[in-house]
Design a protein around this ligand. Structure first.
Ligand code: SAH
Ligand code: DHB
Ligand code: MG
Length: 222
């Protein structure tokens, strides 16, 4: 099959799963619509990836989530839906406008009491979380500036407990990690390598398809 046909097939498979499990709904669609209207980049996780991450929250019995990179709150809504009644989520976002759009989306989703968005540079916000002993979180989802993933991993490791999950988005980038030419791909490769080599973690990179192939790195703290 040529590349174009392969891409079409990947998209069709993704849509098939989406239709089968109903991984989107009106609230999620409205979230994407208002994010688009607000001029936010369309770089949210896919509906199917959102469902996968929600399942991970449910399977691991996660009660406290930390997200690095909120954008319009799309992944936050998926993740927070997997939490129990008394669960909480903190999402870090550098851009005030993104955070505003996200808060509106989170409110429409009925999750205002569950999800807090904190505005600032994640490097600083994470340092503050560590200093103030605000952990442990049961799941950390890393999805902000790609060059910082190795640093975000270090910070995350100080905010978790045995049994916690650490997830990293966009860790395959259409195969760019195989032979990295840019700083972002190099950082991803380093992030994946560290997770694979850390004797305190058990993990995998899960290839995910959409219109292209990307990956979700999943690690469990031992
Ligand atoms: N998790 C979202 C997508 C996040 S996109 C979803 O799937 O729906 C990445 C986000 O990280 C953007 O909103 C960007 O503004 C934010 N970001 C980039 N650098 C950051 C930093 N240093 N600290 C905090 N957020 C950052
Ligand atoms: C892209 C996708 C993402 O999920 C992300 O966090 C950043 C960028 C992209 O497709 O460019
Ligand atoms: Mg992402």
């Amino acid at each position: 099959m040529n590349t174009e046909d392969t891409r079409e097939l990947l998209e069709e498979i993704d849509r098939y799963i989406e239709g089968l499990f109903g991984t989107s709904d009106e609230v999620l669609e409205a979230t994407l619509r208002d994010s688009r209207r607000g001029g936010l980049p369309e770089i949210n996780v896919s509906p199917n990836q959102g469902r996968l991450m929600r399942l991970l929250v449910e399977i691991a019995g996660v009660g406290r989530i930390l997200e690095i990179g909120t954008l319009g709150g799309y992944s936050a809504i998926h993740l927070a839906r997997g939490l129990p009644e008394d669960g909480t989520m903190l999402s870090l976002e550098i851009d005030e406008h993104h955070a505003d759009v996200a808060r509106n989306n989170i409110e429409r989703a009925g999750l205002s009491d569950t999800v807090r968005v904190r505005v600032g540079d994640a490097h600083e916000l994470l340092a503050t979380l560590i200093d103030n002993d605000e952990g442990p979180f049961d799941l950390v989802f890393i999805d902000a500036d790609k060059e910082s993933y190795p640093e975000y991993l270090d910070a995350s490791l100080r905010l978790v407990r045995p049994g916690s999950l650490i997830l990293g988005d966009n860790t395959l980038r259409d195969g760019a990690v195989l032979d990295p030419k840019e700083a972002t791909a190099r950082a991803m490769r380093e992030f994946n390598r560290r997770i694979a080599k850390d004797p305190g973690l058990s993990g995998i990179v899960l290839p995910l398809i959409r219109e292209r192939i990307d990956g979700l790195t999943i690690a469990r703290v031992l």
